[in-house]
Design a protein around this ligand. Structure first.
Ligand SMILES: Nc1ncnc2c1ncn2[C@@H]1O[C@H](COP(=O)(O)OP(=O)(O)O)[C@@H](O)[C@H]1O
Ligand SMILES: [Mg+2]
Length: 588
């Protein structure tokens, strides 16, 4: 975040525009705040007059009681307005933040994978959770309080000067000092807030990544080093917060001192005036002195809070800027395709397809391939050869730079994106399960898929037995303490996922790689069921799993080296043969 001076009004105005749908609520909250800031300063005036008229001058106990009741009534009204203002502005804030969060998450969900390759998850989480919280404060307290404080400040000053301009000037002498202190403080706070933000993001990212990668940390015995690294970040985090608190802590005693100085000046004035006056005249000053004492407090509190609230505004605006940055960031795959009734039961053709993730480091080079409709095509090749990349392109998770990929005669770029993806199911090696029921993990929340269909699919795939044995069966909450699903079981769940979606095109990307021999038979059977009658792409390390494929494609460094059936490739004695012999020897 760049050093910015003052409030970024453009961002702030944009933030305010989010209150538009809640105009009524906004107006009501402002009304409460404004009324309150008029009633507050009126009270000292009334108390002063009450003292003058009914204590000093007339000792009229009936009137005194009446006035006291009026003042109590005012206090009650103040309390009610305070409650209403606070409740309404918090309601407003929560509504606005819900809208922004909805927009933000919706927008992020549309980003193409490239964005997530380059953005740490922790940073995104910080944006969606804690940054938005700071923006809430702008509406719930910052903005209203500033409006209210400003008005009551001005009103107090007017009342003071109308009452006694000489005394007003006298008691206002320390105010320039207060303004200077406030400016210094605000600057220091701004700096430490920015530092604090950077540290919080760092901390979130670190913790999130270490927890996600816990198995790696423990497997490689990195706990000590990671802990040390964490300590560093934690220290920085602490320091940033302490700096912020330091500036804050210094400021408040300074304000207290200055307000005491004002009161002292008030007393000095009184002492000077007393000279040569009759006791009658002196008594006439009582009401004024009482009113001014109360006003001085009413004057300092808003000035002190203004700086504080301005910080809330500033902090909210700085964070809003970062949230808007994401909202303005265009990173979605162009969904210009219109076709939504394409026949997926046709050959898939790669025509001179070249692709690079980064700049011109091409990982696929001039790929020409035809995947026949309804057949199984297997891809083999070393790690990093580009097998998964082919899958990424077919699902349009990344946009390729050259060539065309078509289904029949339709380029996949012309097909509506959601429609395309609905017709392709991809099963990956790492199965991601959400903290939800088995059922919802299979349907992914699609209510159109019934329990019967899920059970039917589970039976087909051969997973029904183990699911039934879980506590709660299909309603078992994944991730709860108790049963931990094995890799094979998770894989079977992902197969059911694909099965119930009944896609035209099926892709298994090393879906069988991390499975033990026992589950392998189950998975093999499931694979046979799943691939039957659909165009299937199978990526596998174990050659035993792909011998039945209608065609095997050997990829090497992003290029097609060989293709043919298992027997053809064995006979030709190329890379596939070598790979086969290697695995064969391994098994011996
Ligand atoms: N998201 C990505 N961003 C940048 N480079 C990537 C990304 N994914 C893969 N690559 C690179 O592309 C090449 C092909 O990767 P991939 O298709 O995953 O290989 P395979 O699946 O055959 O093991 C590798 O060199 C890999 O480093
Ligand atoms: Mg891969």
């Amino acid at each position: 975040m760049s050093e910015k001076k003052g409030l970024n009004t453009l961002v702030f105005r944009r933030l305010l525009s989010h209150a538009k749908p809640y105009r009524g609520l906004f107006a009501l909250a402002v009304f409460c705040t404004i009324t309150l800031s008029f009633i507050g300063p009126l009270r000292p005036k009334l108390i002063g007059e009450m003292v003058d008229k009914y204590i000093v001058k007339s000792q009229d106990s009936v009137q005194l009681l009446n006035w006291t009741l009026v003042i109590i009534a005012l206090l009650v009204i103040e309390g009610l307005l305070q409650f209403a203002g606070s409740y309404l502005s918090n309601l407003l804030a929560q509504n606005i933040i819900r809208d922004i969060r909805k927009k933000l998450v919706g927008h992020v969900l549309s980003f193409r994978m490239r964005y997530f390759d380059r953005t740490p998850i922790g940073a995104l989480v910080t944006r969606v959770v804690s940054d938005l919280e700071a923006i809430t404060e702008v509406f719930s307290s910052g903005l209203m309080d500033i409006v209210g404080d400003m008005i009551s400040l001005i009103f107090v000053l007017i009342l003071m000067f109308v009452s006694n301009w000489e005394l007003s000037l006298m008691t206002l002498v320390p105010i320039p000092l207060l303004i200077i202190a406030t400016r210094i403080f605000a600057k220091a706070m701004r700096k430490s807030f920015q530092l604090e933000r950077a540290q919080v993001t760092k901390l979130n990212t670190f913790v999130q990544e270490r927890i996600s990668g816990m198995s790696i940390v423990q497997m490689f015995n990195r706990e000590k080093q990671e802990y040390k690294k964490f300590e560093e970040i934690n220290k920085g985090h602490r320091q940033a917060h302490v700096n912020a608190v330091w500036a804050n802590s210094i400021f408040f005693p300074v304000v207290e001192m200055l307000s005491s100085l004002s009161i002292a000046l008030l007393l000095v004035w009184g002492a000077l005036k007393v000279e040569g006056k009759t006791s009658e005249e002196i008594r006439n000053m009582y009401g004024e002195i009482i009113a001014f004492t109360l006003w001085i407090y009413q004057l300092y509190r808003p000035i002190r809070q203004l700086a504080d609230k301005f910080n809330v505004l500033q902090r909210g605006t700085v964070r809003a800027e970062r949230v808007f940055e994401i909202l303005d960031h265009q990173e979605n795959i162009q969904n210009k395709g219109q076709i939504a009734d394409c026949n997926f039961n046709q050959d898939i053709r790669f025509d001179h397809v070249s692709f690079a993730y980064i700049d011109d480091q091409f990982v696929l080079k001039d790929i020409n391939l035809t995947i026949p409709a309804g057949k199984i095509v297997a891809f083999v090749g070393a790690t990093g050869a580009g097998k998964s990349t082919i899958v990424n392109l077919l699902g349009r998770f990344y946009e390729f730079q050259e060539g065309t990929i078509s289904i029949g005669d339709t380029s996949i770029n012309d097909i509506e994106l959601n429609y395309l993806r609905k017709n392709i199911a991809i099963v990956l090696q790492d199965v991601f399960l959400f903290s939800d029921t088995i059922h919802n993990n299979i349907t992914l929340g699609d209510p159109a898929i019934s329990r019967e269909e899920v059970i039917q699919a589970a039976k087909e795939v051969g997973a029904h037995d183990f699911i039934e044995k879980l506590p709660g069966g299909y309603d078992y909450q994944v991730g709860e303490r108790g049963v931990v699903l094995s890799v094979g079981q998770r894989q079977l769940l992902s197969f059911i996922r694909a099965y119930v979606y009944n896609p035209h095109i099926l892709i298994l990307d090393e879906a069988t790689s991390s499975i033990d021999n026992e589950s392998e038979e189950l998975i093999q059977k499931a694979t046979a069921k799943l691939t039957k009658g659909r165009t299937s792409i199978v990526i596998a390390h174990r050659l035993s799993t792909i011998q039945q494929a209608d065609m095997i494609v050997v990829l090497e460094r992003g290029e097609v080296m060989e293709k043919g059936t298992h027997h053809e490739l064995l006979k030709s004695g190329g890379y596939y043969r070598k790979l086969y012999d290697m695995q064969f020897i391994e098994k011996k």
